[in-house]
Each structure stands twice: as structure tokens, then as C-alpha cells.
Design a protein around this ligand. Structure first.
Ligand code: NPG
Length: 370
């Protein structure tokens, strides 16, 4: 396939409510979109890097720059290419997985659209809809948290993830359990906010029947996660620590986690995400699909990935209106059964709405091939 150029487009998406995690508060999503232009049509990739390097070292301005200066030129120099070539061609550039993932996704989308095949079909989806979980940010008070959770359960979400940090952990979990009962599928996410010295607080969560605790410790410490696993009963799930299938293999072999949150952007793309799925399945470990406040473009691909057979836990694959009053595509909606439909059209199966895209765009840069 011939790529004639990449368009880098920045869009500003206001959030319906501030989203607070242990690493910061988001009030708007500053998104970098990549459009791959080919003679047979376009493909889209969404870069999940945030505007600041707080969740990971990548950030949107840096991703745009590394694509422009180092990544796109490597793809242009290769001439004709397919989606399986992208990671190999970009491999000499260290890191920058979110930037690489956006390029690979745009190429894969263009390629699949030209072939008339959907992301789900290509990746190996076995379901046409996926159960939706929702991530609930840190709140100012327990009553505000209870109201937020009640609202999401009324909408039909099947699983609740509470963001936690030191000082906002046992009490909010206890309050949600007491109010909504033991049957609620409940998990927590610390975004690396604790140390091994906090093991007693983390063990205090054992009594609440959580599905998992996500990324309690620092991203670069698999061994301490393995040690923590011996001190608490709640299964450990890793997110930030897993940047590749190799990391996943290390973590599973070390006993650092029993579950993996697969975020395609964090691991360099959907093809590496599928490798992690395959590896975890072979190892008997569960995976689920994470989210990074994606627009409908990124959400479409995530929902397709979440439909693979090893994705046995509900993901952060919520409806568009969890975050945005106006999505850039037709919105993803929560069905009455708490599921989101997997798009079946070619490629991502969704298109940016031209007027909405234009209204949200803050800048565009055209990178021509050759
Ligand atoms: O539903 O898209 C979503 C967001 C789910 O909590 C969520 N994401 O740590 O997993 C996370 C968190 C996140 C958001 C991480 C934005 C990084 C950026």
C-alpha cells in the first residue's frame, strides 16, 4: 500500500466532568489524530498520549514531534508497506509507543477499509458486543462518589472501577460495597500511587471482594509487585508496567500480576496488544481492555479488541457520553444490557463527522511522503 502522507490533527474535546486520578485532574482531552492518506482512501489512528507526561513519559506535543521528525520519514522511506511492516520499520526509534501505535492504527485502518474488512474480524473478535465497565475518578466526598456510582449503575454499567490514592482507598471502597452490595463487580486503580511500605493499607482492601487492584506500585517495579502479591489476596493487575508482550511475559513469570489491563496505545499498537492477549491466554491469565479517554475513533478499535476471546473481564469501554457531550464520530452508546456494540463496517467501522471534526480542530499539519 502506498502512503501519500500523514495528516496530524489536534482536537480539543471538553469533558462532561473533571476526571481526577492519582496523577492529575483532566478537564478537557487534547487529542492527536493521525490520518493516513492513500490512493485507495484514508485511515485513522488516535494517539492516546495526554497533554502532560504524568501517566507515562509520552505527551501529545512530543508524540506529534516524534512522528514528524523520526517516525513518518521512516515509513515514507520504505515505499509500499502494509500494517505488519510498521512496527518493524519504527523499531530502531526507542520508546514512543503511543506515537507508533497511532501511525500503525492509521495504516491498519486504511488497509482494512481498502479490503472491506473490520478491525474486529482482522483481530479475531468472537463477539459482536462487549460488556462495559466505567472508571470513576477520585471525588471530593464519599456522598459525591456514591451519587456518581449510582448514576453509572442506573445507566447500566456492569462493572465499576474506582480510582484510588493514599487517603482515598479503604473508606470509599467500603462505602461503595455497603451501598451497592457484594454482587457489584468492583475493582480499584491506583495508577502507581503506593509503595511496598503501604502493603498493610492495600491488604485492608482484601475484605471487599475486589476483582483486582490495578497498578498499586511504580511502573518499573515488577519485583515489588511480585512481593506484594504474596502479602495481599486481591489479584494484582498491571497497566503502566506492561509496555510490550515481553513485559507481559516477565510479569506473569515473576508472579507480579495475574491480570493485565491491555491498552493498545501503551504497548505500541493493536498488533502488540493482540500478542499480549495471546500470551496471557496461553498462560491462563485474564486480560481486559483499558481506556484513555478515547474519542469514538480510538474507542471503536478498543471495542473490537475487547471482543477477542481472552478478554474475559469487562473493560473501560464505556459509552461516548461518559466523557464527551459530542464525540467526533457517531457516539458509542450503552445498550440496555450494559454492552457496547462492536463496529462491523470496514476498518474502524466509524468515521469522523466532518463538521464536528472541523469545529473541534485546533491545528493540522500535513506530512507529505517523498
Ligand atoms: O474509560 O477511557 C476510559 C478511561 C479509563 O481510568 C481510565 N483510564 O489509568 O487507566 C487509567 C486511566 C487513564 C486515563 C490513564 C487517561 C491515562 C490517561
Amino acid at each position: 500500500m502506498k502512503i501519500t502522507g500523514f495528516e496530524l490533527r489536534r482536537i480539543a474535546m471538553p469533558l462532561v466532568a473533571p476526571f481526577r486520578t492519582s496523577f492529575g485532574i483532566e478537564t478537557a482531552r487534547d487529542v492527536l489524530l493521525v490520518r493516513a492518506a492513500t490512493p485507495d482512501g484514508d485511515g485513522w489512528g488516535e494517539c492516546v498520549a495526554m497533554s502532560e507526561p504524568l501517566y507515562s513519559p509520552e505527551y501529545a506535543d512530543g508524540a506529534a514531534q516524534v512522528i514528524e521528525r523520526f517516525l513518518a520519514p521512516r515509513l515514507f522511506a520504505a515505499g509500499d508497506l502494509g500494517p505488519l511492516d510498521v512496527a518493524r520499520l519504527l523499531e530502531p526509534v526507542r520508546g514512543h509507543r503511543m506515537a507508533k501505535a497511532a501511525l500503525e492504527t492509521a495504516v491498519l485502518d486504511a488497509w482494512l477499509r481498502a479490503r472491506g474488512e473490520s478491525f474486529g474480524s482482522y483481530l479475531g473478535a468472537v463477539r459482536d458486543r462487549v460488556p462495559a465497565g466505567v472508571s470513576v475518578g477520585i471525588m471530593d466526598s464519599i456522598p459525591a462518589l456514591i451519587d456518581a456510582v449510582a448514576g453509572y449503575l442506573d445507566q447500566g454499567y456492569l462493572r465499576i472501577k474506582l480510582k484510588i490514592e493514599p487517603g482515598w482507598d479503604v473508606e470509599p471502597v467500603r462505602a461503595v460495597r455497603e451501598r451497592f452490595g457484594d454482587d457489584l463487580l468492583l475493582q480499584v486503580d491506583a495508577n502507581a500511587a503506593y509503595t511496598l511500605a503501604d502493603a498493610r493499607v492495600l491488604a485492608a482492601l482484601d475484605g471487599f471482594g475486589l476483582l483486582l487492584i490495578e497498578q498499586p506500585l511504580a511502573e518499573d517495579d515488577l519485583r515489588q509487585h511480585a512481593a506484594l502479591a504474596g502479602m495481599i489476596r486481591t489479584p494484582i493487575c498491571l497497566d503502566e508496567s506492561i509496555e510490550s508482550a515481553k513485559d507481559a511475559a516477565d510479569a506473569l513469570l515473576l508472579g507480579a500480576c495475574r491480570i493485565i489491563n491491555v491498552k493498545p496505545g501503551r504497548v505500541g499498537g493493536y498488533l502488540e496488544a493482540r500478542r499480549i492477549h495471546d500470551l496471557a491466554q496461553a498462560h491462563g491469565a485474564a486480560v481486559w481492555c483499558g481506556g484513555m479517554l478515547e474519542t469514538g475513533l480510538g474507542r471503536a478499535a478498543n471495542v473490537a479488541l475487547a471482543a477477542l476471546p481472552g478478554f474475559t473481564l469487562p473493560g473501560d469501554t464505556s459509552a461516548s457520553n461518559r466523557y464527551f457531550a459530542q464525540d467526533v464520530t457517531e457516539p458509542f452508546v450503552l445498550g440496555p444490557d450494559g454492552h457496547v456494540a462492536v463496529p462491523s463496517g470496514p476498518g474502524l467501522g466509524v468515521e469522523p463527522l466532518p463538521d464536528v471534526l472541523a469545529a473541534l480542530t485546533t491545528s493540522t499539519t500535513w506530512l507529505p511522503a517523498g
